[in-house]
Design a protein around this ligand. Sequence first.
Ligand code: ADE
Length: 221
Amino acid sequence: MKITILSLFPDSFSGFLSGSMIGRAQKKGLAQIENVNLRDFATDSYGSIDDKPYGGGAGMVLRVDILVAALKKYQTPVSKTILLTPQGHPLTQAKVRELAQSEHLVLIAGHYEGFDERIRDYVDLEISIGDYVLTGGELPAAVVTDAVVRLLPGVLGNDDSPIYESFSDGLLEHPHYTRPAEFEGKKVPEILISGNHAEIAKWRTEQSKLRTASRRPDLIK
Ligand code: ADE
């Protein structure tokens, strides 16, 4: 899969992109990430990509012509273009699974006050990573990239591990334990040391349901 990130601060992705999981996925050839600077599409010598809002008001607005010039260069016949915005569709694991099926995602990370409304006509979908406002779409673009890339076959050590994680079956994941078996008087549940795999599986399913009911009752329909 290929992911193209269009932003004003491509340097802000460098640690993240070379870091463990995403870095490994790229080295293995499972994901190709293209990190594009929108300023490269400025048409004046100042590199300006935004302008004052028509009608007045505070802040600057990202220009539609700049964004569309970048899209024309990077969109492909198979790409899906996503605008990161707090007004978008909330990002869920179901949405992440759907995006992970794409061959090519183009992510647009705006900054400052916002972008020209007309950009909405050039995107396939809008995504929000939560009901709060960040200074730009860079972190949301990184969040989408991380969540999608880790689902690509071969990226995680164990191919079937995403099947058992939180949200994959609509529930939160069961608790995990490792050595030591006792720490400051806190013991690992007996059942996990029993070696009885059927009982362990049953316990994990129950824990998953209990956890979801107490922490995220909204997930239980
Ligand atoms: N840009 C600023 N805040 C955002 C959010 N919560 N989700 C997606 N993009 C954003």
